[in-house]
Design a binder for this molecule. Structure first.
Ligand code: GLN
Length: 469
C-alpha cells in the first residue's frame, strides 16, 4: 500500500489513527517495490523505524514537532551521523558521516523521518543523473527517460510517491531541472538562507540545499524548518528568517523572459504553455511584461568556469590520505595521490577538476577566472535591477522535457541544459520550478519563478496562488 501523497493528507490519516510506523513501513516497502528506479542508494530502515516509534509516542503525548509524519529522503551528498554518504562516487565508498548536516538536525528536531539516501550525479555534477558511480536513475513518469540531475534520485523518490519530500542540492539547477522533468515542485532558496554545514561541497559560492515536494505547501513547511542562520556555516545570513506563510500576494508585477519564448531549441509546446500562462496572468489583473534575460549567452560559460574552479579546490581533499579511496597499488605519496584520484573519480568529475585547475592556473587566472567573476557581478546586478522593477520573474525551467537515457553524450550539450537555471545561482536569488505543464509526449514540465533575495515568502505565496501548485 502506498503512502498518502502529501503531508497534509498524511496528517489527516494520522489524525484518523494511522501510525507513523505504519507510514514508514509502507514507504520502505514501496521503495523496495520500485527498486527498478535506482532512486535510493540506501534505505535507513533501522533509524527510520526508531524515529517513527519516537514520533508516534510524541504524537500520543501531544509533544510532536511540526513535521511529525513527514517522510523525507536526503540526497547522497548530505551527511547524516552514523549513516553512509558517498556523493554517488567510488571515492567515498564505505564512508560513514561523523556528524549530521544542520538541515538533517533540523528535520529530525521537527520530527520528520528520514527514509534513505538518494542517488545523484557524482559530486552533484550533471544534469541527467547518468554520472553516478552507482548507475542511472529512471524517471518514474517514463522509465525510458532520465529524471534530470544532479538530484535525480531525490526527484524520483517524490515523483514515485515513496516519500512526501526530498532534500536536494542546487548549484546550477540540480533541484529545479529534475523537478521539471518529474512533475514535482523544486525549490532553491536564497544563497545563505539554508546552512550548507554537512553538505559535501561542490561549488561553495553556489551550493544551496532545498526541498522537492508535491505541493508548494509541503515545500514551504520544510523550508521553514531548515532556513535560518547557522553558526556552523559563516555564509548563512543573520537576517531573521520569517516563516514563509502562504498568503494571497495581491496583484503583482511580473517580468517574463522573452528568450524563454524565442530562443532556438525551445520545445514549441513549452513555449505555447508559457504564452497561455502569461495571458492568463494578465487577464487576472497582474502586470506581465517581457524583459530580456541579462547576458543569457554568457551565463552557462560563466557558471562552468566558476563552478569548476571551486570544485577543483573543494575536491582537493579527496587524495586518498585526508579523505577518500586509497589506491592499493600506490607506492609513495605522489603515486598515492595520483592513483587514488584516478581510480576514485569518474570521468565527469575528472573533466571538471582539470577544467577548474586550468582556469585557476597562473597565466589563465585573469583571462578566465577573474573575468568570469566580473561577468557574474554584472549579471547579479542586472538581475537585482530587474527584481527591483518586478516582484517575480517568470520563464521556463528547461528548454525541453526529460530526454532518453544516453541521448546527450556531448558534455557541452549537457551543460546547456542549465541555460535557464544558472542565473539564480549566479545571482544568489531564490527560484522555484512548478509542475504546470504536460506535454503531448506525456511528460511533465515546469515553469520557473524567481524573486528578490530573501523574498521566499512572496515567491512561495505567488507559486501557490498564481499557479495553484
Ligand atoms: N547541471 C549543473 C552542473 O552539472 C548543475 C549541478 C547542480 O546544480 N548540482 O554543474
Amino acid at each position: 500500500m502506498s503512502i498518502p501523497k502529501t503531508f497534509a493528507e498524511a496528517r489527516k490519516a494520522i489524525a484518523d489513527g494511522l501510525s507513523v510506523t505504519e507510514l514508514v513501513q509502507r514507504s520502505l516497502a514501496e521503495a523496495e517495490r520500485r527498486k527498478d528506479l535506482n532512486a535510493f542508494l540506501e534505505l535507513f530502515p533501522e533509524s527510520a523505524l526508531a524515529k517513527a516509534a519516537d514520533v508516534d509516542a510524541k504524537l500520543k503525548a501531544g509533544t510532536a514537532g511540526p513535521l511529525a509524519g513527514m517522510l523525507v529522503s536526503i540526497k547522497d551528498n548530505i551527511c547524516y551521523k552514523g549513516h553512509r554518504v558517498s556523493a554517488a562516487s567510488r571515492m567515498l565508498e564505505g564512508f560513514t558521516s561523523l556528524y549530521s548536516a544542520t538541515v538533517v538536525e533540523r528535520l529530525l528536531a521537527a520530527d520528520a523521518v528520514i527514509i534513505g539516501r538518494t542517488n545523484c550525479d557524482e559530486f552533484a555534477m550533471g544534469s541527467s543523473n547518468e554520472n553516478s558511480a552507482y548507475g542511472t536513475v529512471r524517471n518514474p513518469i517514463d522509465t525510458a527517460k532520465v529524471p534530470g540531475g544532479s538530484s535525480g534520485g531525490a526527484a524520483a523518490s517524490v515523483a514515485a510517491g515513496i516519500v512526501h519530500a526530498a532534500l536536494g542540492s542546487d548549484t546550477g539547477g540540480s533541484i529545479r531541472q529534475p523537478a521539471s522533468f518529474t512533475g514535482t515542485v523544486g525549490f532553491k532558496p536564497t544563497y545563505g538562507r539554508v546552512s550548507r554545514y554537512g553538505l559535501i561541497a561542490f561549488a561553495s559560492s553556489f551550493d544551496q540545499i532545498g526541498p522537492f515536494a508535491r505541493t508548494v505547501e509541503d515545500a514551504a513547511l520544510i523550508y521553514d524548518v531548515i532556513a535560518g542562520n547557522d553558526p556552523l556555516d559563516s555564509t548563512t545570513s543573520r537576517r531573521p528568517s520569517e516563516p514563509a506563510t502562504l498568503r494571497d500576494p495581491g496583484t503583482l508585477r511580473i517580468g517574463y523572459f522573452r528568450e524563454g519564448l524565442e530562443r532556438e531549441g525551445m520545445d514549441p509546446e513549452i513555449v505555447s504553455h508559457l504564452r497561455v500562462q502569461i495571458a492568463r496572468l494578465q487577464e487576472a489583473g497582474h502586470t506581465v511584461e517581457a524583459i530580456d534575460v541579462p547576458l543569457l549567452d554568457h551565463q552557462v560559460p560563466t557558471y562552468y568556469i566558476l563552478a569548476t574552479a571551486e570544485a577543483s579546490s573543494n575536491l582537493a581533499r579527496f587524495d586518498g590520505i585526508h579523505f577518500g579511496h586509497r589506491s592499493k597499488q600506490a607506492q609513495g605519496v605522489e603515486e598515492t595521490y595520483r592513483l587514488s584520484r584516478s581510480e576514485g573519480f569518474g570521468p565527469e568529475v575528472k573533466r571538471r577538476i582539470l577544467l577548474g585547475t586550468f582556469v585557476l592556473s597562473a597565466g589563465y587566472y585573469d583571462a578566465y577566472y577573474a573575468q568570469a567573476q566580473r561577468v557574474r557581478r554584472i549579471l547579479r546586478d542586472r538581475t537585482i535591477e530587474a527584481l527591483n522593477s518586478y516582484d517575480i520573474l517568470l520563464g521556463p525551467t528547461c528548454p525541453t522535457t526529460a530526454f532518453a537515457h544516453g541521448a546527450i553524450s556531448d558534455p557541452v550539450a549537457m551543460y546547456l541544459q542549465d541555460i535557464f537555471t544558472v542565473q539564480a545561482n549566479l545571482a544568489g536569488t531564490p527560484a522555484i520550478s512548478l509542475p504546470t505543464g504536460t506535454h503531448s509526449n506525456g511528460l511533465p514540465f515546469g515553469v520557473q519563478l524567481m524573486a528578490k533575495p530573501f523574498d521566499e515568502a512572496l515567491l512561495l505565496s505567488a507559486s501557490r496562488s498564481l499557479f495553484g501548485c
